[in-house]
Ligand binder design. Structure first.
Ligand SMILES: [Mg+2]
Length: 175
């Protein structure tokens, strides 16, 4: 499926849901691209997972913010790759630094930079420990097996809407 087709399908999926995230956060290595960028050279022209670009463009066109949360020890290479791919300017914030914590400090920074509450964010990552830690903060977090894909987007938007409905129900019960 070409990039335009993927984008079209992603736009259609996004259109199905009434409750949408305000910000979608992506890991880099093995989520947006199929390698560890620390093992590569800045001068290379990397490639993304096949659905990644179409999904990013669709979210952006729908007015949903995009961000990066990566524990890569080589932010210079990661940034060079985002530039080489011409997608650097799509992100409202990029938190790329190594940390012993499982991205909880990345998300604290994203929250303080954007002011967006954790429960209005959707996150994609290939590592279970990050998914577990970040979902405890209230972020809808989706584990990806083979990079971000239309299937993962559908699952993410579905779980996001379910989480929003569940917290609405709780609020109503308290009244
Ligand atoms: Mg990763």
């Amino acid at each position: 499926m070409g990039e335009e087709k993927v984008k079209e399908e992603a736009m259609r999926l996004i259109g199905i849901f009434q409750l949408l995230p305000r910000l979608v956060v992506f890991d880099l290595d093995y989520t947006l691209w199929p390698f560890y960028c620390e093992c590569r050279s800045k001068r290379e022209m990397p490639s993304l997972y096949p659905h990644a670009k179409g999904i990013l463009s669709a979210l952006k066109d729908r007015g949903i913010g995009l961000a990066i949360a990566s524990r890569s020890p080589t932010p210079d290479i990661a940034n060079a790759f985002l530039n080489n791919l011409s997608i650097n300017s799509m992100f409202v914030t990029k938190e790329i630094f190594s940390s012993w914590k499982h991205k909880t400090d990345h998300f604290q920074r994203i929250h303080s930079r954007t002011g967006i509450p954790f429960n209005s964010m959707l996150f994609f990552d290939d590592e279970d420990r990050n998914i577990q830690a970040v979902s405890k903060m209230g972020v809808t977090s989706i584990h990806v097996d083979n990079g971000v894909s239309l299937g993962a987007l559908r699952q993410g938007l579905t779980e996001f809407a379910e989480n929003q409905n569940a917290s609405e129900m709780k609020k109503k019960k308290r009244k």
